[in-house]
Design a protein around this ligand. Structure first.
Ligand code: FNR
Length: 383
């Protein structure tokens, strides 16, 4: 794993190790994938200010997210079907995050259940909630997250209906995989992935099992989502969820200043500026493009986090400079997981930590909590 030097290296290894339908599931966005691409590309447009002859000893990346200590302000984003990138993927990623001192967020649509992850971790993890029409079921998910000692609830607000990803439809994505000749071929050429899958019982959605008995493939998942996810979800429901949960609440999927203001009014602890990694509204701006206006509008009222397109520690630093208190990575940890299980996730975090540390130093700062707009290069700085 040590020879993987960048997240792009991990991505290439994952491509070779994970069957195409599951690799593509991670590496895809909605429709034209324009927003997916913009998430990454817009980070490249931001330039940093190099500073020299500054004492760079005793550097610190430690910070907090919703009041919880983190070894660096980077959490693992909730991702569905993570256990299809690698057998027991959610459990392995949670363990890697725990050892690294960063939050792991378990998706409602995970393969391993809340209880599976709790059984292999000692510290609290975070749970991401999708809201379904059946409020008793939603309440039971919240209660299970509480019972598992989860320390934050991440309420995803941008998936009342499912954005279409062409790659998934073309690949005939299904969980567990169907045994069509195409899929058998894709799996047969990935023997280590297959061995892992044969060695685990966890091959289908375990959080929603029981409630979603007939969900086995993409078309049944789409119909189930269309039937069960609540298109009437509104700000009023946030009050109910907040009350039932009673702990730290993070609202994820905010991309507009007006929505950010509404979220701040709910008394939530944080928002995540996010377009779901470009998987929902194609044509929406990148997360980093809207971060400054959102941070300006509500940064004093609520903690602002961001995800989407972060592929390096440099990207993390740029987001912090533009007003984020915390960041999340989705695909980077999935690529690590696909490339090498728990070790691969650890490697993804190590890569990002090293890049963040060196970049901070070369910008003339020693403490990540001092990151601000003064670290960004603007032409007028030339004087
Ligand atoms: C996601 N995302 C997501 N978000 C969420 O709230 N619940 C979920 O179940 C999922 N599932 C999911 C699956 C996959 C394969 C991906 C790539 C993403 C969105 C995720 O939490 C996050 O917003 C993005 O992944 C951030 O963008 P990057 O870091 O992947 O560019």
């Amino acid at each position: 794993m040590n020879t993987a030097l960048t997240i792009a290296d991990l991505k290439e290894r994952a491509r070779r190790r994970v069957p195409k339908m599951f690799f593509d599931y991670a590496d895809s966005g909605a429709w034209t994938e324009g927003t997916y691409r913009a998430n990454e590309e817009d980070f490249q447009k931001i330039k940093l200010r190099q500073r020299v002859l500054v004492d760079m000893t005793n550097r610190s990346l430690a910070s907090t997210m919703v009041g919880q200590n983190v070894s660096m302000p980077v959490a693992l984003a909730p991702t569905g079907l993570t256990g299809m990138q690698h057998a027991d993927g959610e459990m392995l990623a949670a363990q890697a995050a725990e050892e690294f001192g960063v939050p792991f967020t378990l998706s409602t649509m995970s393969i391993c259940s809340i209880e599976d992850v709790a059984s292999v971790t000692k510290k609290p993890f975070w749970f991401q909630l999708y809201v379904m029409k059946d409020r008793d079921f939603v309440a039971s998910l919240i209660d299970r997250a509480k019972a598992a000692n989860c320390s934050a609830l991440v309420l995803t607000a941008d998936l009342q209906i499912l954005g279409q990803r062409h790659k998934d439809l073309r690949n005939g994505l299904s969980t567990p995989p169907k045994f069509t000749p195409k899929h058998i071929w894709q799996m047969a050429t990935r023997p280590s992935w297959c061995m892992g899958m044969l060695g685990t019982q966890r091959r289908t959605f375990r959080n929603i099992a029981g409630h979603a008995k007939n969900v086995t493939d993409l078309s049944s998942l789409s119909s189930w989502t269309a039937e069960q996810f609540d298109p009437q979800l509104s700000w009023k429901d946030v009050e109910w969820i907040k009350e039932r949960w009673g702990g730290k609440l993070i609202i994820k999927g905010i991309l507009d200043v007006e929505d950010a203001k509404m979220a701040a009014k709910t008394g939530a602890d944080a928002i995540v500026v996010s377009n779901h990694g470009g998987r929902q509204l194609d044509g929406a701006p990148s997360s980093i493009a809207v971060l400054p206006e959102i941070a300006d509008a509500v940064g004093d009222l609520i903690e602002v986090h961001i995800d989407g397109g972060i592929r390096s520690g440099q990207d993390v630093l740029k987001a912090l400079c533009l007003g984020a208190k915390g960041t999340y990575i989705g695909r980077p940890f999935l690529y690590g997981l696909g490339a090498g299980g728990k070790q691969g996730v650890t490697r993804a975090l190590e890569i990002i930590r090293r890049e963040l540390d060196v970049t901070l130093a070369l910008c003339g700062k020693r403490d990540v909590q001092d990151a601000g707009p003064d670290l960004l290069y603007k032409p007028r700085d030339r004087g």
